[in-house]
Design a protein around this ligand. Sequence first.
Ligand SMILES: Cc1cc2nc3c(=O)[nH]c(=O)nc-3n(C[C@H](O)[C@H](O)[C@H](O)COP(=O)(O)OP(=O)(O)OC[C@H]3O[C@@H](n4cnc5c(N)ncnc54)[C@H](O)[C@@H]3O)c2cc1C
Length: 499
Amino acid sequence: MPKYVYDTEYDVVVIGGGAAGKMAAYTAAKEGELKVALLEKMPETGGTSIYTEDLTAFNSIEQQERKTPPKFTGTPFDHYPTYAEGYARYMDYSHQRANPDVVRVQLYETAETVQFYRDLGAECVNVFVFAFNQPNELNTAHRYEGLGERMQELLLRATVNAGVDIFTSTPAQKILSNGGVVEGVEAVDSKGNKMLIGAKAVIIASGGFGNNPEMVKKYTWQHWTADYTSQCVPTQNTGDGLNMALELGADGTTAPGVVMNIPCAWGKLLTAHTTGAGIQPIVWANNRGERFANEEMGFSFMNAGSSFIKQPKGKVYAILDSAQAKYYMEEGSEISLGEFIVYNQKLTHLLAELDEAIKAGYAWKGDTVEELAGAIDDVNANALIATLKEYNEFCQDGVDKKFFKQAKYLRPLSKPPYYAIRMAASILTTIGGIRVNGDMQVTDENYDPIPGLYAAGNDASGLYGDTYNLDCPGTACGFAHASGRKAARHAIKIIKARN
Ligand SMILES: Cc1cc2nc3c(=O)[nH]c(=O)nc-3n(C[C@H](O)[C@H](O)[C@H](O)COP(=O)(O)OP(=O)(O)OC[C@H]3O[C@@H](n4cnc5c(N)ncnc54)[C@H](O)[C@@H]3O)c2cc1C
């Protein structure tokens, strides 16, 4: 006997309409011929998935056909990775905190996504690394014409054609259970009415908690600077899935706390030319007036993000002189942020954006280094002056004695005016939170599955230790698709066995 009276009933209810949710709903409807509802909080599906660029896959048809990766990327790997290399990379990078059962899903189930998009007519334009010159990257990044937006459009069409009922502006609020078995979902429909939907299985794919600063504070190691990070995209991934799962007894203590950070000019977009200049191998200082990293680290947005959030109040000042500004405007960037700032992109708006940021209080200018240091609102000016003097000496000697930046990037700050751009880590998304097994079943504190409950995509833990793994670029997006499909296939099996 059901515990609740339902307004409507489905076999499967999926919470969230990003890559994971749509792939789960599509699979359950198409392969399982099940009655499926997809609930999406926003007026449109897509979530953070529409912003993605790359999707990880191992041994995909695209890799098989290309045989070898492009040579221009700077990675020492001259072949597409084997499963064993992928396995080692996920386990080693996470210091063994990754769950091997989940890692295998990533290894064995991602190639199918590539075939899936090929069948839908998507064009894979390259299979390579994300950040050129990052020595550890494997060539797993599948990049598509039209990027994530196009892929999500194709996936949405397939999901609709498979017969899934999609309810937009309908946030799920609670997962209903009866004697420990999942029974349905409580949601609020687009008119604000409470709606009870019966279900034999519920798949949580609500995209993590990147848009919820309180949860970032509570669940991640960057709690002390959470107030000083911004959010990259105007999504509403506020951790609803994690909270609902915890309410049902899911274990949320083993692997939450993984944030995908990216460096960004404060208050600006990833595509801003101040962001583009700020990630170049110039000088980064914190508010103590000290350098804190080898600024080549911009090659890996993940590492730069982690490095930024360690600084007091998460504040970083990217400092350059007029010669460098001119170089990036006329010759182009040396470091990219994927498609947001591409390699050799001429940052033509830099000076105009700097003027604007100076007015807004997020950038500063000085005719001397002393004047610049004195202008910045929250920095130890004397320490900064000493740091910049020392940096110029390193440039003269061609040796960065503190952070070992390559000599080719050691350019003295010598041509006034000088500029400082306020930078900070910006949250792309969180990844992980709900512990799952290899079938994406949500598990309780004893590692036993909670019957009928699944998590996928950003909501599911198991691939990471403390940070996103950019050594296998496209990991989160690859996993979103693979884990959604995996969850649905298990739900199909269980539901069919019950009938
Ligand atoms: C700018 C940007 C670029 C990125 N680029 C990449 C990349 O190139 N490669 C990569 O691997 N990853 C990338 N990512 C990470 C991306 O988050 C993941 O790769 C993946 O696409 C996430 O899929 P998902 O389905 O888990 O979450 P999402 O796509 O975010 O979908 C979650 C959905 O759940 C909905 N939702 C939330 N709460 C509820 C609720 N209570 N009820 C109903 N619906 C709800 C949300 O509105 C959203 O639509 C990027 C992220 C950003 C922000």
